[in-house]
Design a protein. Structure first.
Length: 177
């Protein structure tokens, strides 16, 4: 007797033996715990174009308007044209969350300050981790091939997220371990 056709338990995040690493990621994706699963876009040269908060969808990294570089009057349209410096980078609500694993390793990921401060459940933290693993797996597959990427993903999924915290200023000032 096997329990069949039972709906996935929301927020249950129980280990699911028998599933391949990629199936486990897909299972998390379909729970809907993470509204903005595909949360970033890159430019053709690889630089980040936009990053959304994975939980609320807010844009936390994107186009920033810099100082005016030149200003002139366009005679044809009779308008003043301002040319500004444009750059791409973190916006006001951008924060780095640190997901610590039981084995002592950690994983850093961007989120908005509001979501990070509002408290994130263990199931949401795992979903955040899985969304990042899917993106990293795709990047590794491009450079090292499917086999290497799958082996890497399997190892990462063995890590159990223990807690999620905001990256503190003290941590930022510490030398690299
Ligand atoms: Zn958010």
């Amino acid at each position: 007797m096997s329990p069949q056709n039972q709906p996935e338990e929301r927020g249950g995040s129980k280990p699911t033996p028998g599933k391949t690493p990629k199936e486990r990621i897909q299972a998390t994706k379909t729970t809907g715990l993470l509204p903005k699963w595909e949360y970033f876009k890159r430019m053709p040269d690889g630089r980040l174009l936009v990053v959304h908060c994975k939980l609320c969808g807010k844009i936390i990294y994107g186009k920033r308007m810099g100082p005016i570089i030149s200003q002139y009057k366009d005679r044809a349209s009779k308008t003043i044209v301002l040319e500004r410096e444009v750059s791409y980078g973190p916006l006001g609500e951008y924060e780095i969350a640190v997901l610590e694993h039981e084995d002592g390793s950690s994983h850093e990921t961007p989120l908005c300050a509001t979501c990070l401060d509002s408290g994130i459940s263990a199931a949401q933290a795992e979903a955040i981790y899985h969304a990042d693993l899917e993106a990293l797996h795709a990047a590794i597959r491009e450079t090292q091939g499917e086999g290497e990427a799958d082996t890497w993903l399997d190892a990462q999924l063995r890590k159990r997220p223990a807690q999620l915290r905001r990256r503190s200023r003290i941590t930022e000032m510490m030398p690299e371990a």
